[in-house]
Design a protein around this ligand. Sequence first.
Ligand code: GTB
Length: 218
Amino acid sequence: MSPTITAFERSPDRGKGLARDMRVRWALEEVGQPYDVRLLSFSEMKEAAHRALHPFGQIPTYEEGDLALFESGAIVFHIAERRAGLLPDDANARARAISWMFAALSTVEPPIVDREIARLVERDTTWSEQRLPLVEDRIRARLGELSSRLGDADWLEREFSAGDLLMVSVLLRLGGSGLLDECPNLSAYVARGEGRPAYRRAFDAQLAVFTGKPPAGQ
Ligand code: GTB
């Protein structure tokens, strides 16, 4: 039986692939696992039926048989553990890839989310103009560190892994900010991720929800 994930019925990003169902779709595409999608409105996300799956009333969720999961990182990890293609077989390499998954979500993503909050939610406050450059400097520092570690490698460890999948997903949230352009190797890294066929399939599928047209080639 195919797993079912949840996604926005109408994503606020208008199909740019920035909502967190995108990373789950990408993981499923990487491992060749077909999936179904249940689309939810904002009000449906807050209803008891959805909160039984997701305590915070958000997307994405993942259901497979009698298993229900929430949190995109946990879902990607579950997919990577169960199916080949997203985590190396060697135990140490696997542990390092998992470290990058955590690094993406708990070290790199928080200041990036903070920037979105500063720009969107706090923009009418008197202190927003002072805060935004500070948040951007925190992102710059992280990007500089990540850029130094990546160097001229294609991926964070030898092979593409769930760590790269989550890191690229997180960095994509900086699109249009100019911050990624300050680290050309990171821009190239993100472009490599976006160029993967599995990424393209996932992107097209979530875009089709927004446009109402089936993905090209279907
Ligand atoms: N930590 C959780 C995870 O990783 O799964 C966070 C889940 C989360 O924030 N979900 C968001 C949500 O359901 C959608 S992805 N929000 C509705 C709510 O909380 O009521 C966040 C998101 C939303 C919109 C854009 N965008 O428009 O660009 C980007 C990211």
